[in-house]
Design a binder for this molecule. Structure first.
Ligand code: HEM
Length: 508
């Protein structure tokens, strides 16, 4: 009897569940406030549609251009989410001060950080600490002690690889090398903390490998935030040796986190002559109503800087290296310009000089790399304010998620004819065309939530690309394939393979 009862109750529960799914699907398809928006029916019925393409395929974002061609400029891509393809609508949602708050998918490593703040007012208060720290003037002021030194270490380690084998060179894993560079730079710039990844022969840094390998999970975590939070707490409760062996990304993050915690508790560990990111937070301007964030939130911000600054910049360097080495004309023009502007092979010039009139082609090479590296291609989501908003002439109710992916704008066919071709010449144009193209190029996002690290990123990119190609001849053909460079949208693009190349010293 007891057995029967339990079988019956399981059956009833199952039927109730099926009924719930059926009613919910009918509601979503025919009675939901977004029911009138066009788009695939499956996407309107369940988030599994998005999840399928984001987790099991290379990302929904890559399907959106075709979906927009079929259904129009404003489409429903999830039961409660709208995607718009039009640049004016993008500007409406992402302009400075726009009332569309960020949608935050809980992430155990970043909760409490700037990125987890959703409203404009909270964001503005926290950004007051960051904006002066990442200003162009601040970046230039410390450049001789920091990012230029990191660049020198990068070039030295690369020289060792390039002069090995009696000068025949060695194959270098540039995927890892660029991550060592960007990780060491961010850690040094923000916290005066030397992770010394660049000193590892052949850039074989374990901590960078461990942290970088976790990037692929970021998008999965946005669909199952509670599950990932719980699993993360369980992993953290395990003995350290097990975490190191079986859960490498978590271990890498924990190491970075502990090291930052140590530094926060012992501020004297920082070199007093240069500020760290925490200095300003620990000395808030009370007249402006600033308050020091909690220790937890400052640590979360520190972790955010690594997460936001490492892969994005390294991805762009990888894209530039790949395309430049695949096109002899581009490489020749770049190297000629660099030889004119940097006569001595061993010389290091400042990022300010590299952003001047003598290096226009270098700037175009970097800009085109940023365009095709996409920054955060798809998942930057906003919430329609209470009371709703009119977007592209359509009323969208309050509370609905809305977005417009960077990938779509960076590959807009009108702004960038033959959009997937890497062509720095697009940026060697008249001012009006340049401005038009810039409106579509949104790799750093726009508005109140745009990238706070943009100046540091540009300095790193110009410095690295200039000195890399000035000093080294790199062959990627035969060591990297088109398929390796294909990417999956994991919040940031994660390439299928690693970019590797044979590095040799340039003779003149
Ligand atoms: C090529 C390099 C980079 C690209 C393409 C890039 C791109 C972006 C994008 C698209 C966003 C918006 C993400 C969102 O709204 O969810 C963003 C946010 C952010 N970036 Fe960058 N980024 C780069 C480098 C850096 C660096 C070097 C740092 C600092 C060390 C940094 C720090 C941040 C922070 C803190 C945010 C969060 C801003 C907020 O939530 O309001 N980024 N970045």
């Amino acid at each position: 009897m007891l057995y029967l009862f339990s079988v019956q109750s399981i059956a009833y529960t199952f039927l109730a569940f099926i009924a719930f799914i059926v009613f919910r699907t009918i509601y979503r398809l025919y009675f939901h406030p977004l029911a009138r928006f066009p788009g695939p029916k499956f996407a309107a019925a369940t988030t599994l549609y998005n999840a399928y393409y984001d987790i099991l395929d290379s990302g929904l974002i890559k399907r959106l251009p075709d979906m927009h061609k079929k259904y129009g400029p404003i489409i429903r891509i999830q039961p409660n989410e709208i995607h718009v393809s039009d640049i004016e609508a993008y500007n409406q949602i992402f302009k400075v001060g726009a009332p569309f708050d960020r949608v935050w998918h809980d992430n155990p490593f970043l909760s409490g950080s700037l990125q987890s703040l959703t409203t404009l007012s909270e964001t503005k208060r926290r950004k007051e600490f960051f904006n002066p720290f990442f200003s162009k003037a601040a970046i230039l002021r410390v450049e001789p002690y920091l990012h230029r030194q990191k660049l020198s270490q990068f070039l030295t380690t690369l020289s060792s690889a390039a002069t090995a084998n009696e000068g025949k060179g060695t194959v270098v894993d540039f995927w890892l090398a660029f991550r060592c560079l960007t990780m060491d730079t961010v850690m040094d710039y923000c916290f005066q903390k030397d992770m010394a990844a660049l000193n590892e022969p052949g850039f074989k840094s374990k901590i960078v490998e461990d942290i970088a390998e976790g990037a692929g999970l970021a998008i999965v975590a946005t669909y199952f935030p509670r599950f990932f939070s719980t699993v993360n707490s369980m992993i953290e409760a395990l003995p350290e040796s097990m975490v190191e062996k079986y859960f490498k990304p978590v271990f890498g993050w924990n190491c970075a986190q502990r090291s930052l915690e140590r530094q926060m508790q012992n501020p004297e560990l920082a070199d007093a002559k240069l500020p760290t990111m925490f200095d300003r937070m620990l000395r808030p301007d009370e007249k402006k109503g600033q308050v020091t964030p909690s220790d937890h939130d400052m640590i979360a911000d520190a972790v955010l800087m690594i997460a936001a600054g490492m892969d994005t910049t390294a991805n762009c360097l990888g894209v530039v290296l790949w395309h430049v080495t695949q096109d002899p004309k581009v490489e020749q023009k770049l190297v000629e310009e660099l030889k004119r502007g940097i006569p001595g092979n061993e010389e290091i010039v400042s990022s300010a000089a590299l952003e001047g009139a003598e290096f226009k082609y270098l700037q175009a090479v970097v800009k085109e790399g940023l365009r095709l590296a996409y920054g955060v291609p798809g998942r930057i989501i906003r919430k329609v304010p209470k009371g709703g908003a009119t977007v592209l002439g359509e009323y969208v109710p309050g509370g609905v998620q809305i977005t417009s992916g960077i990938y779509m704008h960076n590959t807009n066919e009108t702004a960038f004819p033959d959009p997937f071709k890497y062509d720095p010449e697009r940026w060697m144009c008249d001012e009006e065309t340049y401005r038009q193209r810039e409106r579509y190029m949104n790799s750093f996002s726009r508005g109140s939530r745009s990238c706070v690290g943009i100046n540091l990123a540009y300095a790193e990119l110009h410095l690295t690309v200039a000195h890399l190609f000035r000093r080294f001849q790199i062959t990627t053909t035969g060591y990297t394939t088109e398929a390796d460079m294909e990417w999956n949208d994991c919040f940031v693009p994660v390439p299928n393979g690693r970019i590797r190349g044979l590095a040799k010293m340039r003779e003149d």
